[in-house]
Unconditional design. Sequence first.
Length: 196
Amino acid sequence: MLPFQAIYSGKSPASLPTSTAPGYSKATGDLKFRFEYSKSDNHWSTMETMKSYVTNILVPYFESHRANLKLPNQICIWQIDCWSVHRSLEFRSWMATTYPWIRIHFVPANCTGLFQPCDVGIQQVLKLAVRRSALSDIVDHTMDQLSRGILPSQITFEKWLPVVQDGSVQWLVNGYEAINNPEIVQKVVLLCIPYH
């Protein structure tokens, strides 16, 4: 499984989880996650975050496999959806110039549920694991307050954005561990093959 790139809405590093967030050292160390801010009010991928993804996650993955297989000049195929940034002339030109050995194949619009393994089955497992992790935090927080004698009607939850951002790190680590399973990936890829 490739490392995650998690994009947070915001215009500065203050929009990102802190280095003291639960799971942060594992996420950025062993798992090599990248936490990036969008420089906008949403968390959608931009030209800048796509370049970062390609340079820091995709290319090292492809290069390590080319080296392991002793095929240093092997052309690699990257199958992605028709997101506007992916389809843009700017991005396609940058890819062709910077990484001419990577060929982009676009999943036809409205067909990711048939052709793209993440949409076919991996995201469901990921989202379930993330939801369970977030729910577990809420349950733990509730039980802690009850154990300190706080009445059920007075239980509160911290919804301040930095608190949620920090919590999201461990949720993502748990989600990653849930899907980082060759059997799940192989099963989902096989579900996609009949459509190729």
